[in-house]
Ligand binder design. Structure first.
Ligand code: UDP
Length: 515
């Protein structure tokens, strides 16, 4: 029946295309893949999404919703091999790792999914037409090759970052830079980008991770194409440049967060929220348009106690009694922080104007509410795209990975954010008393973003981009068309009978027999 639905969806008589999606088990990677699975299914593709028991339990409401609506998405739970790699039981997602020492074993555990994945795909009555694997899952290339399945790489970050990162590796800038802080001009990008090794260390470019790094680079270069969670109008020159350099198909299919339109599905993304999203909405409803400042650093950043308290002080002391929502992770609420919150009577003092969310927040519900006027973000690409999709300007405080380059895109290229000028990756901070951002700096930046003329300009530009983002995802928009094109290309049908000759002429390989 699922297949019948899928065929009905594609309007075709042929058997539905079947895609297998292999995400990295990290929130910033899984959340957009789950959105993509549902989008593909709505376009008539039968989807198998690989997950694990703990990850599936976190998004049970989404799985139930998918099954109620008869969308042809099958969530397959593979056992995650924690014990084999010495990981504590249940460490099935990067945000569940209790120590950085578990990072490498976690990625090694991901690699052990190779055999069960191959066995699963062999057991199915028909091999999938396409595998879309997270770029971190380079190991999937062997599975796809052995089974004769075409494979696309899914990139979570901005195309701007991917292009910069790719060029830095190709031009061997890391070999030349002797000092971590030596300025690096990123080669071959359409704008001037200056970074350094500390900010942009390169993907998996650390001692002891060489095997993973090389595997990822190879998997990207041997892939049949690339899928990116961005939209063309956001970064056209970088998309064009990347496609030219890669000499393979690049499909921009985002912002994937716009898949969820109703508040219930927005609230169910990623994990069970620590608050009832209806209460948050009621609270936001009582605030003026663009008046509330939202603070959240994604799923992985863990802020040290003194820095966390400093942020709290900055929010408390905002001269204009600015309303705010502040998301703090459970792991960050150590006794020192708890004590400060109590001694400062934080809850009572901010009763009317503040909402402190301890744990997982329903982020897209919050960001898309008209009362939100600014967002202090770590520049994780999902958070950034979610802000862009909601037309919310940003205060930027990158911490690691792609975040410093995403910041440059937001602040220097798109001009929809103001930088807090943090130049040190949080991973380089070893001393608890180091404050990368003081309360004074935060206060000043918040008031400039929320009230200043420049902030207003940024908000205007952000809202214009939000319109473009929506258009991209609507029928006929660039991401919508790209998704269709990707499906047809990978299913080897290119518009089926009527266009089949064109497809043969354009790309004979696509019609090679599928196993
Ligand atoms: N997120 C959320 N609630 C939280 C924290 C994070 O819904 O309390 C979501 C957020 O909306 C985004 C993802 O988790 O979709 C985080 O991805 P991002 O790329 O922004 O950062 P990362 O967590 O990978 O650093």
């Amino acid at each position: 029946t699922c297949e019948a639905e899928a065929e009905a969806g594609s309007g075709a008589g042929a058997e539905a295309a079947h895609f297998v999606l292999v995400p990295l088990m990290a929130q910033g990677h899984m959340i957009p893949m789950v959105d993509m699975a549902r989008l593909l299914a709505e376009r008539g593709v039968r989807v198998t999404l690989i997950t694990t028991p703990v990850n599936a339990a976190r998004i049970r409401p989404i799985i139930d919703q998918v099954s109620r609506s008869n969308l042809p998405v099958e969530f397959v739970e593979l056992r995650f091999p924690c014990a084999e790699l010495g990981l504590p039981e249940g460490s099935e997602n990067v945000d569940l790792l209790s120590s950085p020492a578990y990072y490498k074993p976690f990625f090694d555990a991901m690699k052990l999914l190779k055999e069960p994945l191959e066995a699963l795909l062999r057991s199915q009555h028909r091999r999938p037409d396409c595998m879309i694997a997270d770029m971190c899952n380079g190991w999937t290339k062997d599975v796809a090759r052995r089974l004769g399945i075409q494979r696309l790489v899914f990139h979570g970050p901005s195309c701007f970052y991917i292009l910069c990162a790719y060029n830095m590796v190709q031009h061997r800038v890391y070999d030349r830079a002797t000092d971590e802080l030596e300025p690096i001009v990123v080669p071959d990008v359409p704008v001037e980008v200056v970074t350094n090794k500390a900010e942009s260390p390169g993907f998996f470019n650390w001692a002891g991770w060489e095997d993973l790094r090389d595997e990822v680079v190879e998997a990207e270069s041997t892939a049949d194409g690339v899928v990116i969670n961005t939209f063309y109008d956001l970064e056209p020159s970088f998309v064009d440049c990347y496609e030219k350099i890669m000499q393979k198909k690049v499909w921009t299919v985002g912002p994937l967060c716009l898949y969820s339109k109703d508040v219930d599905s927005k609230a169910a993304r990623g994990n069970k929220a620590a608050v009832d999203h209806r209460d948050v909405t009621t609270w936001l409803d009582s605030k003026g348009a663009s008046s509330v400042f939202y603070v959240s650093f994604g799923s992985l950043v863990c802020t040290r106690p003194m820095q966390l308290i400093e942020i709290g002080k900055g929010l408390l002391e905002c001269a204009d009694h600015r309303p705010f929502i502040w998301v703090v992770k459970e792991a960050e609420i150590v006794p020192e922080v708890e004590k400060w919150l109590l001694e400062e009577h934080f809850a009572e003092r901010t009763k009317e104007r503040g909402l402190l969310i301890k744990g997982w927040a329903p982020q897209t519900v919050i960001l898309s509410h008209p009362a939100i006027g600014g967002f202090l973000t770590h520049c994780g690409w999902n958070s950034t795209l979610e802000a862009i999709s909601a037309g919310v300007p940003m205060l930027t405080w990158p911490h690691f990975a792609d975040q410093f380059l995403n910041e440059k895109l937001v602040v220097d290229v798109l001009k929809i954010g103001r930088s807090l000028d943090v130049k040190v990756p949080s991973t380089h901070v070893t001393d608890d008393s180091t404050l990368l951002v003081t309360k004074e700096k935060l206060r000043k930046a918040v008031s400039e973003l929320m009230e200043g003329e420049e902030g207003e300009e940024m908000r205007r530009r952000a809202k214009a981009l939000a319109e473009k983002a929506k258009k991209a995802m609507e029928e006929g928009g660039s991401s919508y068309r790209n998704m269709d094109d990707m499906i047809e290309y990978m299913a080897g049908r290119y518009g089926k009978e009527e266009k089949v000759e064109d497809a043969v002429r354009a790309s004979p390989m696509v019609l090679a027999p599928m196993l």
